[in-house]
Write a protein that binds this ligand. Structure first.
Ligand SMILES: CC1=C(CCC(=O)O)c2cc3nc(cc4[nH]c(cc5[nH]c(cc1n2)c(C)c5CCC(=O)O)c(CCC(=O)O)c4C)C(CCC(=O)O)=C3C
Ligand SMILES: [Fe+2]
Length: 388
């Protein structure tokens, strides 16, 4: 995009974040009252083949909390934390927020951004790992929004999705502190023997196997980049907790929130089955560590704090659930660093890498074939994007 084509009142992208002139926080969205629940679930599941029974059940999870998902409030807090962090760091970059499944809708926010003169947008998705649901689907949502703006005759901005941040210290360190706090909250006599159960969203094994770039796909249910990335984070946290407490604890990656038809294989074991197995083996206590999620939204509040915790109570197994990063100032600072390092690379510089674990820094641009959809659709901000 040349300067001449920029609207005359458009703010120029100057300074630290250049070429970016805005950050878009892109999230899932959730209902904010009982009347929102059914239309929200329709948005989420359109064309996704979720059994009706499962939808009724999930609707009940939301109604049990007054029809309000905590996710929008948590994104508002993150937005405020990002604005504060940017201001404190002298970074003059406006931050917007839009969702896939509920207001404020992505398309409306992108339209507002274009009207505000934003031409080059960095996008942070509230999903830290590679997978269709956590990466490509957001890229498809960006493409849909751009297509709508093009139909409306608006000049399209360029959108760049920031790299996966599962192994960024600003994402991992708050979770390490969370595990230490949960251990401290357990009764003293079971603390040293407590197991760690790292949890994430179950996805179909076929989706897991094809997550990440093509060369990281696996054939036999090993789980591709999705499982590998989670295992790497789990190991970093388990090692740090051992270093801090002087006690090595058994740990495992397990899954939650399965939703598809029963005959389709999804990643297992489920957290509740895992708690039962650990109890059977004589584990004295378990800390559930939801590394797959960025905030304490409904999947955490219901599936872990309600369902799995009830299962543990029934077993007489002491459990604690550790915190997600939410609006932790270290996570807000990490987002700033992600924007600035990407901006530097876009300017042709080579900023220092920043990651923990063994997998290295994730790619900036999803390659062709990364996290493929069952039915191919246009996706923005990747090598196969039909947009600039
Ligand atoms: C990998 C992953 C993440 C983590 C990455 C990320 O954060 O993006 C995630 C997050 C979330 N999932 C959420 C809610 C739902 N997910 C559903 C359904 C599904 N999720 C899937 C995967 C993921 N989901 C999949 C493979 C399905 C099956 C349908 C399909 O193939 O698309 C359904 C339908 C009903 C059901 O069956 O559960 C609901 C209501 C909320 C909002 C919570 C709130 O309201 O607080 C959040 C943050
Ligand atoms: Fe991807």
């Amino acid at each position: 995009m040349s300067d001449q084509l920029r609207a005359p009142d458009a703010p120029a992208a100057e300074g630290l974040a250049a070429p970016y002139d805005a950050l878009l926080l892109l999230s899932f969205g959730g209902p904010e009252g009982p009347d929102d629940v059914v239309p929200f679930l329709e948005n989420v599941t359109r064309g996704r083949g979720i059994p009706r029974e499962r939808l009724k059940e999930v609707g009940q999870h939301y109604f049990g909390f007054g029809g309000v998902s905590p996710i929008n409030g948590q994104n508002r807090e993150l937005l405020a934390a990002l604005r504060k962090d940017f201001a404190d760091a002298g970074l003059d970059l406006p931050v917007y927020w839009g969702n896939r499944n509920w207001a404020p809708y992505l398309t409306d926010v992108m339209r507002e951004m274009v009207r505000d003169g934003r031409r080059r947008i960095a996008v942070l998705a509230t999903s830290a790992y590679a997978s269709y649901s956590g990466c490509r689907q957001y890229r498809e949502n960006l493409a849909d929004a751009l297509a709508t703006l093009a139909e409306e005759g608006l000049e399209l901005p360029r959108v760049d999705k920031l790299r996966h941040y599962f192994n960024h210290p600003g994402f991992v360190r708050p979770m390490i502190d969370g595990v230490l706090a949960s251990l401290a909250a357990l009764p003293e006599d079971v603390r040293d023997g407590a197991h760690l159960a790292f949890t994430t969203h179950s996805i179909p094994t076929a989706a897991a196997d094809t997550s990440g770039p093509v060369e990281e796909h696996t054939g036999g249910g090993e789980g591709g980049a999705y499982v590998r990335q989670h295992l790497d984070v789990a190991r970093v946290i388990a090692d740090a907790v051992e270093a801090e407490t002087g006690t090595a604890r058994p740990w495992q990656l397990v899954y939650q929130s399965r939703s598809g038809a029963p005959h389709i294989p999804w990643l297992e074991p489920d957290i509740s089955d895992h708690l039962e197995a650990l109890h059977g083996e004589g584990a004295p206590a378990v800390v559930m560590v939801p590394i797959g999620f960025v905030s304490d939204h409904m999947e955490v509040l219901y599936d872990l704090d309600t369902e799995a915790t009830a299962k543990a109570a029934e077993l007489g197994l002491p459990v604690a659930r550790s915190a997600t990063v939410g609006a932790d100032p270290r996570f807000a600072a990490a987002v700033r660093e992600l924007v600035l390092e990407r901006a530097a690379r876009e300017r042709g510089e080579r900023p220092a890498e920043c990651w923990l674990g063994t997998l290295g820094q994730s790619h900036d641009l999803c390659a062709v074939g990364c996290c493929p959809a069952r039915a191919p659709r246009p996706a923005a901000a990747g090598a196969d994007s039909p947009y600039a």
